[in-house]
Design a protein around this ligand. Structure first.
Ligand SMILES: NC(=O)c1ccc[n+]([C@@H]2O[C@H](COP(=O)([O-])OP(=O)(O)OC[C@H]3O[C@@H](n4cnc5c(N)ncnc54)[C@H](OP(=O)(O)O)[C@@H]3O)[C@@H](O)[C@H]2O)c1
Length: 259
């Protein structure tokens, strides 16, 4: 395997779609994929943030399509897929990354938070798969690389108090990767998931439980957390390896994170 995998132009000719591209991991990944030569469609709800990202990508010479999309809406994701198809032909690198973490004790019955996590972390990913699986299969059938990459979490495998629903959604995503490979792998579509530990993003800002929020803020202070660019580099590497290589489940932790 070549060691020169991540050079300017390494992802030339690839058509990428990144969900949750308005901040954090998705934003950094969209920018990195574009810097490596991919055309990138950026999806999230905050158009102003997507526009600012697009401006940076264009200023660096990249090609970008801003598609404000709520991925909990099957119709909106389908419309985004059609827009990509019209602009560039089908996508061949899909990063289904949008997600939210709303941790709380189960008997606090924060049912709106349960629903929000299930709707985005599970159903949002399924809508993305529904909209893009055929273009991915078509790219692979044409002999091109095709990647479906999701963002799971270390929470998928760790047993942490208050994390039940969030961890459950991420366990779904990690196991989904294994299951999808049984069908898509033999069609030439690589399926991968990244399972990050603590990354310095906007994720903790949405937590409604004050204790849980404090716990995450303390962790962010105590350890040298991952930066979004660390995860972006991992996703870019997953996409840049030769077609016959499928990195599947990639755990990426801050060196100092013990649990
Ligand atoms: N940060 C961590 O420590 C960590 C660790 C493990 C896994 N993760 C996972 O990493 C992924 C990205 O999170 P992040 O850490 O980068 O946090 P973030 O900065 O909060 O990013 C979340 C992204 O998801 C988007 N999003 C939220 N609701 C959406 C919706 N309904 N439709 C479309 N996009 C939506 C947000 O954009 P809009 O609000 O503009 O829609 C934003 O771009 C998530 O799946 C998260 O679970 C994070």
């Amino acid at each position: 395997m070549s060691t020169d995998l991540l050079l300017p132009g390494s992802l030339e000719g690839r058509t990428a779609v990144v969900t949750g591209a308005s901040s954090g991991i998705g934003e950094a990944t969209a920018e990195r994929l574009a810097a490596l030569g991919a055309r990138v469609a950026v999806l999230a709800r905050r158009k102003d943030r997507l526009d600012a990202l697009a401006e940076r990508i264009r200023a660096a010479g990249g090609d970008v399509l801003v598609l404000p999309t709520d991925v909990t809406s099957r119709e909106q994701v389908a419309a985004a897929a059609e827009a990509v198809e019209r602009a560039w032909g089908g996508a061949d690198l899909v990063f289904a990354n949008a997600g939210v973490q709303l941790i709380s004790e189960i008997d606090a019955l924060q049912v709106a938070d349960w629903d929000a996590q299930i709707d985005l972390n599970i159903k949002g990913v399924m809508h993305t798969i529904e909209a893009f699986v055929r273009p991915l299969e078509a790219a692979a059938a044409a002999g091109r690389p095709a990647d479906l990459v999701t963002t799971s979490s270390i929470a998928a495998t760790r047993v942490l108090e208050k994390f039940s629903v969030y961890s459950g959604t991420k366990a779904y995503i990690s196991h989904l990767t294994r299951l999808l490979r049984t069908e898509l792998g033999r069609k030439g579509v690589r399926v991968a998931t990244v399972e990050p530990g603590m990354v310095d993003t906007e994720l903790p800002d949405h937590v409604t439980d004050p204790d849980a929020s404090r716990l995450m803020a303390d962790l962010l202070r105590e350890i040298d957390c991952l930066q979004p660019a660390d995860v972006a580099e991992t996703v870019a590497f997953v996409a840049a390896v030769p077609r016959h290589v499928n990195l599947t489940e990639i755990t990426i932790l801050p060196t100092g994170q013990a649990v």
